[in-house]
Design a protein around this ligand. Structure first.
Ligand SMILES: [Mn+2]
Length: 204
């Protein structure tokens, strides 16, 4: 018997400014851990989509530490436009999310039972991954992933900069992840860039 897999429910909402989106969501299971990533290829259009595809193929295939994954993406994205991304790895024993970002793909934890959570991670309310300045494929910063305990029903939201930074305001952990993702995109989508909202509910 292998270890218990991390169990999540997922919702993804996306919109493209022109043609193919340069924003990409990835979900990959590696052993007892489930990796969820939100990727924003720089700019938009085909060149952004190619950069996002290169990162997605690494993340779908490879396991290992988050900083190791970022390094492999960095190598794979050399010669592309580059991408920013946030990676969140869900594990069941103990129940936690380990996460980190390069660039400005924001993440928030909306605790189960919380009515709403403020978007500012430095304020009261939801935890957030640390985002390190840089661009995967061009300048990769030294990153330090952080971990946060999860309780069944907690929701993690990730959104690219095609979504306003206050996207988590008023979001509750109730409701289906796909409905939450659709509503956040409808309410907070900027309309001037590719946009991606990824919602994960932790089931334990
Ligand atoms: Mn963008």
């Amino acid at each position: 018997m292998g270890p218990e897999p991390a169990v999540i429910e997922l919702g993804v909402a996306t919109s493209a400014l022109h043609g193919r989106s340069g924003d990409r969501a990835v979900v990959a299971r590696h052993g007892d851990r489930t990796l969820v990533a939100a990727i924003d290829g720089l700019g938009h259009g085909e060149a952004a989509a190619e950069a996002a595809d290169a990162a997605a193929s690494i993340l779908e295939r490879d396991g290992g530490s988050l900083d190791g994954l970022l390094r492999r993406c960095h190598e794979a994205l050399r010669g592309t436009r580059g991408a920013v991304m946030t990676l969140a790895e869900f594990a069941a024993a103990p129940s936690q999310v380990t996460w980190v970002g390069v660039g400005n793909v924001e993440g928030r934890l909306v605790p189960t039972g919380a009515d709403t959570v403020r978007a500012d991670p430095r304020g009261h309310g939801g935890a957030a991954p640390t985002l390190f300045g840089g661009v995967v494929g061009h300048n990769l910063p030294r990153v330090r992933p952080s971990s946060h305990p999860l309780h069944a029903g907690d929701v993690v939201v990730m959104a690219t900069d095609g979504v306003r930074a206050n996207f988590a305001d008023g979001v509750s952990a109730l409701g289906e992840p796909q409905a939450l993702a659709d509503r956040i995109l409808a309410d907070a989508g900027r309309g001037d860039d590719d946009a991606l909202v990824v919602v994960v509910r932790w089931l334990g």
